[in-house]
Design a protein around this ligand. Sequence first.
Ligand code: SIN
Length: 498
Amino acid sequence: MLTMTSLTLTLQRQDLMPGTQLIGAEWRAAADGRVLEVTDPATGRVFATVPDGSAADARAAVDAAVAAFPAWRATPAKQRATIIKRWNDLLLAHQEDLGRLISREQGKPLAEAKGEVAYAASYVEWFGEEATRANGDIIPAPVSGRRMMALKEPVGVVAAITPWNFPAAMIARKIAPALAAGCTVVCKPAEDTPLTSLALIRLALEAGVPPGVINIVTASRERTPEVVDVWLADGRVRKISFTGSTAVGKHLARHSADTLKKLSLELGGNAPFIVFDDADVDAAIDGVMAAKFRNGGQTCVSPNRIYVQDKVYEAFVAKLGARVAALKVGPATDAASQIGPMINARAIAKIDQHVRDAIERGARVITGGKRLQGPGFESDNYYAPTVLANVTGEMQCSCEETFGPVAPITRFATEGEVIAAANATPFGLASYFYSTDVRRIHRVTDALESGIVGVNEGALAAEAAPFGGVKESGYGREGSVHGLDDYLHTKYVCQGQL
Ligand code: SIN
């Protein structure tokens, strides 16, 4: 008999849900008192409110960040590092509560949510260490009597705009390098998941981040443009770091041109996952399970197009179908759940539209292919993990990011053909391939047009790695030494008359 183990998502520390936004030293309501309701995607019920911030709040946040910048920039790097590392310790000490918050507002299973907290903390720890290594250069002068130097300086006030799929990790990997570089921050989390960000920032203050160094404005979908427009137009905001859709990324790039802000844009993907005839098929199945079904497929590096070569095609489809059919879908309150609800009704509608379109155009449903409703599913946000075979390039699921638990499989014959298909997209965030032929591994790595390549590996993200895309997947890198550099300017100093 199956028994369900129930998990509680109630917080041990209720003050990690402040219900207010932080501007300067003050946790406060929106200037006009409006509120934004936060919905649990597992039940469809509202369970919290936060301020629905406005242009006035956005301006106040910049004023506070500008005022705090000189002192934070002048704080010795070692002292900043100590504060950031204390923030890491607090994130880990509150892993259970933060995990519960993520599960509650984002929907992912609790074990995965707690994994995200550890992942977020790894960036904070990394940048705490990097803070003391923002080294410049002494350049050998081409003429005598001169000393030439390249100094690293913080860019200034940074606007961090974060998505809902990794509400802790995305805040951490934008704000930690900003703090490490000596920048101050105004931040706007996604409207679906504001609570985790507020909790993280509360802990940052407890770690010793001074008031004004981090400011957060929460806002509804409707009011987000007025908040972001203030930051775009304000010349005092010197950088925007954004993770989200390519359409919004292009808008930010266009509208920050007047003040020539520095930009880091981590945008949409359409990742190919290629399995060659010479691959270890079981390893490739493990890889696709990890890469595709983590976070219910709501990950910008999720494989969106799976290409499998002729000889291993049938075996791969059958094995993947069996593994996916066994996945347990349910709310995070059920300890057995491996896939939670999708974030909202729009997400479900898009996933279902992609599946319907593929079926109409000739795809074969191996498993799934439908919404999950009825007993055990309290909201309409659940979708059956799906494997589609006989998928072709013109289907919507091949051309656009589905962002859900759908694995569409396309058959191919030659290496040249699959490379052309993999690159036939405006996007270039991640790609994956499985092969045991060392010459092919080098050829295909070089040929793939993407910022990240997984070779016989499905889980690629790590704090020490440069994460980011090429083409319309954006520019800038998060994590690694490059992730710090994106928050620094280089100042060339030439001293003469020596
Ligand atoms: C990300 O950090 O954007 C993705 C995390 C993951 O791949 O799990």
